[in-house]
Design a protein around this ligand. Structure first.
Ligand code: SPD
Length: 427
């Protein structure tokens, strides 16, 4: 015996960046490499990091295989550590080099645990029965694949089933759908969670029913963004509403949602809902004055295609498109996580709608950064969302439709803001 273990340290250069940013592909490749090498797989865990990079490890009976990738450098760094004579780590090396389309590589083999430096001592063996049951427990292969949305200091990870159900790079963004254990199917745009089957109701109920029940008679609504269809689905629960325009910049978002999120996107088959594939910025610029009772800005975060939806120019155009008693509601990010954006847009809304006509409110969305999310209610006239709340209508709607978050009490309490949020608004 030359050593207890063989450790091959591998650097793969000029890999295919798509492949080494695909967590499912990497997991499958590493598992296959371990099998081909003759290893017995015990467990694996793989994480994708937003916007790019994957880390993963496979525990094998004969030690472990680990990987970290940097797609932006087309680089993958891998450790193949094996014990015993029966596993050949170089078989795994050859396979992975081909799988990742690595143009070239460097590697070093280290002998780990050299016997002449070691002193073997007797270790008590477990009794036969314990050993048998332990062994059975140990060799249950268990996939553990994680999506991680992360900024410099905070991350949220969801374990998913491994296969990416939908993945397309549109003209505007990367559109993905994965199936997570805790929150069901999840729509991700450019590495950021947009909506999940199990908590989408919070966002969609709160961005729609609050303005609708604060308006005297809303009929015609514009949704800017909202390509998953969730906001339109909630609006359809209101009989007075007879026309909903959904202006979504990215047809791919609608396509993915229709295919994999039918309960969220079902509104698109209703004839009151008109999907318009256009940049919301241009749409409101060209929109005739006094067109809509309510405008809902159901945007992504202020990076990438939605950046323009967080500008004064856009909100001024929205103001023009609203009827004289019109209401705009926006998703206005997290006052905790996006403090600066939250503060700045509140100021901007106040400049356009008037200081007393802007009312931010909160809801709790577990899959968004920090979990605390804000919406902003901005009225053209002096319409206060609590004073002008049509409680009877809300109660009637709740008898007909089962809502999961919005209630008449939540309508009011959502506007009660914690001290630190009030402070952000007053500075
Ligand atoms: N950080 C996530 C913000 C997402 C806001 N838009 C979600 C779209 C759901 N219809």
């Amino acid at each position: 015996m030359e050593s207890l273990g063989r450790h091959i340290i591998v650097e793969f250069y000029e890999c295919d960046p798509e492949k080494i940013n695909n967590v499912s592909f990497i997991e499958q490749s590493m598992l296959k490499a371990a099998k081909l090498a003759g290893a017995t797989i015990i467990n694996s865990t793989f994480h994708h990091f937003s916007p790019f990079g994957v880390s993963g490890i496979i525990v094998i009976e004969e030690s472990h295989f680990a990987i970290h990738t940097w797609p932006e450098y087309q680089f993958a760094s891998i450790d193949l550590f094996t014990c015993g004579e029966l596993v050949d780590p170089w078989t795994a090396f050859d396979y992975l080099q081909k799988e990742f389309s690595a143009h070239h590589s460097s590697s070093i083999e280290l002998q780990r645990g050299q016997p002449h430096f070691l002193n073997r001592i007797p270790v008590k063996k477990p009794n036969v029965r314990d050993y048998a049951s332990n062994k059975q427990n140990r060799i249950t292969s268990n996939r553990s694949i994680w999506f991680t949305e992360r900024d410099n200091n905070i991350a949220l990870s969801l374990r998913h089933k491994g296969n990416i159900l939908y993945q397309k790079q549109s003209k505007y963004q990367k559109v993905e759908i994965i199936d997570t254990y805790a929150y069901g199917k999840t729509l991700i745009l450019d590495g950021m969670i947009m909506t999940t089957e199990k908590d989408e109701y919070v966002y969609h109920e709160m961005i729609t029913h609050v303005p609708v029940f604060s308006h005297n008679n809303p009929k015609k609504i514009l949704i800017v963004g909202g390509g998953d269809g969730g906001a339109a689905r909630e609006l359809l629960k209101h009989q007075s509403i007879n026309h909903i325009d959904v202006v979504e910049i990215d047809a791919i978002v609608i396509e993915a949602s229709k295919e994999f999120l039918p309960n969220i996107s079902k509104s698109f088959s209703n004839k009151k809902v008109h999907a318009i594939i256009e940049d919301g910025l241009q749409f409101v610029k060209n929109c005739p004055q006094n067109s809509y009772d309510i405008i809902i800005v159901d945007s992504t975060d202020p990076v990438g295609p939605a950046e323009g939806l967080f500008t004064k120019e856009f909100y001024e155009d929205v103001y023009q498109c609203l009827k004289s008693d019109g209401i705009m509601v926006t998703q206005s990010e997290s006052p905790r996580f996006n403090e600066q954006v939250f503060k700045e847009i509140q100021k901007c809304y106040q400049e356009i709608f008037g200081k007393n006509n802007v009312h931010p409110y909160l809801a709790y969305i577990p899959t968004y950064p920090s979990g605390m999310w804000s919406f902003s209610f901005c009225a053209k006239q002096d319409i206060h969302p609590i004073d002008n709340f049509h409680k009877k209508k809300a109660e009637a709607l709740m008898k007909k439709h089962k809502l999961n978050y919005y209630t008449p009490s939540i309508h009011k309490s959502a506007f009660i803001l914690p001290g630190f949020v009030q402070e952000l608004l007053s500075n």
